[in-house]
Design a protein around this ligand. Structure first.
Ligand code: PLP
Length: 420
């Protein structure tokens, strides 16, 4: 149940007709359901109730401040990958002691910001990052709780662009190197080895890869404890998949069950970093049909949303279900749903069977809550879309559509080009 349902042939988000929002806000826009988002978080969090844990929502999936406030109110934390995400998380009221920080290219400024904010754990991803943190912690004379993101060399059997735990990926540190760096960390006055972390990929649809990862992470925890390190946190990352088309991802409770079974009672706080599974199916992208274009044997539905708004189809050839906002008794057609951008790769769907649509009608691109707005851009000088949150029978614009002025904000004209 995702709270995007038809009533008398009209698509609703909770108790609000999608068309009514489009009338007020214009198109295109992202639309999120509060009930769906909050329930996904609570179901995920609840699944792990048997073990001490923190659910650190992965901001990069969707960092809208309204959503972050829901996380904060629900007792969640944040998984961040940049100083910008730290700023957003703190600003939305997520306590620093529930924030963990991953990423292969943290700058010294970002690390300093994280240390000053007193976040729960910094997940280091290279020996050079360790050296930078060592220097900073000595200079700042501040205790810094750290973990190493280990690369468990596991194939999560997902899209190559979102696989992160293989030897050939840029993420994490191989165990033989990590074990040596942990010893160096333990010898430091200010760095504290409090955890181990990993994240093996995204849109994972089987439990096997997680079981493999947990089995090897557990060994590592015990080995480090054997060396006298008080490893108290195990961060197993995010990656649980969702249904876009006909995938059957594991339920959070099944995931929690195998984690429990394979981890056993080793007295550790589990850190989980779900992104997509919380927000993916909590959002849709609503766009309006501008033109129907027929060419040799092909029908294009040209809509006002494009790859700059939702890049997943272009980038990963990702499938998103597309549904009309108003169901009509019309013959289905096989069409390409494309945007206005000057790129052949600008499509939302290819050779898709859709209800016949007329110009001016609306469609909803489903499962667009994760890596949708977050990956949007201004390409072709298109203004970024609005974001709307529905709660019950009310809706709230949680981000305004950009204005033309927003497009040139920050640009400067060199004096020799100024017109008198
Ligand atoms: C992207 C990412 C996540 C979230 O992944 P999902 O597949 O959206 O759950 C979690 N942790 C890290 C380190 C990430 O880079």
């Amino acid at each position: 149940m995702d709270h995007f349902e038809y009533r008398d042939g009209k698509l609703f988000c909770e108790d609000v007709p999608v068309r009514a929002i489009a009338k007020k806000v214009g198109t295109p826009f992202y639309l999120y359901s509060h009930a769906t988002f909050a329930r996904h978080f609570n179901v995920f969090d609840g699944a792990f109730s048997q073990i001490p844990h923190i659910v650190c929502y992965s901001l990069k999936a969707n960092p809208n401040g309204a959503l972050l406030r829901i996380i904060a109110k629900s007792g969640g934390g944040a998984d961040i990958v940049s100083g910008g995400e730290l700023y957003r998380a703190l600003g939305a009221g997520i306590p620093a002691d529930r924030i963990v920080y991953s990423g292969v290219g943290k700058t010294p400024e970002e690390l300093r910001y994280a240390i000053e904010s007193g976040i729960r754990m910094i997940n280091m991803e290279s020996e050079s990052e360790f050296k930078t943190l060592r220097r900073l912690s000595r200079k700042m004379k501040r205790r810094v709780p750290v973990s190493i993101r280990v690369n468990p060399e596991i194939d999560p059997k997902t899209h190559p662009y979102i696989t992160t735990g293989l030897k050939k990926n840029k993420f994490g540190i191989l165990w033989e190197d990590a074990a040596r760096i942990y010893r160096e960390i333990a010898a430091e006055e200010y760095l504290e080895p409090v955890g181990i972390s990993s994240h093996i990929g995204s849109q994972i649809l089987e439990l096997g890869p997680f079981v493999e990862a947990i089995t090897s992470l557990k060994k590592m925890v015990l080995e480090l404890r054997g060396l006298g390190m008080a490893i108290e946190m195990l961060d197993i990352g995010g990656g649980l998949g969702i249904t876009y088309k006909d995938e059957l991802p594991p339920e959070p409770k099944d995931y929690a069950k195998v984690v429990n079974e394979n981890l056993g009672d080793i007295g550790i706080t589990l850190v989980l970093e779900p992104g997509r599974v919380i927000v993916g199916n909590s959002g849709v992208f609503v766009t309006k049909m501008l033109y129907v274009k027929q060419t040799a044997g092909k029908t294009f539905y040209i809509v006002d949303g494009a790859m700059n708004d939702l890049v997943r189809p272009s980038l990963y050839n990702a499938y998103h279900d597309i549904v009309p906002v108003e169901q009509k008794k019309r013959k289905a057609k096989v069409v390409d749903l494309v945007g206005p951008i000057c790129e052949s790769g600008d499509f939302l769907a290819k050779d898709r069977e859709l209800q016949g649509l007329k110009e001016g009608e609306l469609v909803a691109v489903k499962s667009a809550g994760a890596y949708g707005y977050a990956m949007s851009s201004n390409y072709n000088s298109r203004r970024r879309a609005a974001e709307v949150l529905v709660r019950g029978d009310e809706f709230f614009v949680v981000r305004k559509r950009e204005t033309l002025k927003d497009l040139i904000r920050g640009e400067k004209t060199p004096s020799f080009l100024e017109v008198e």
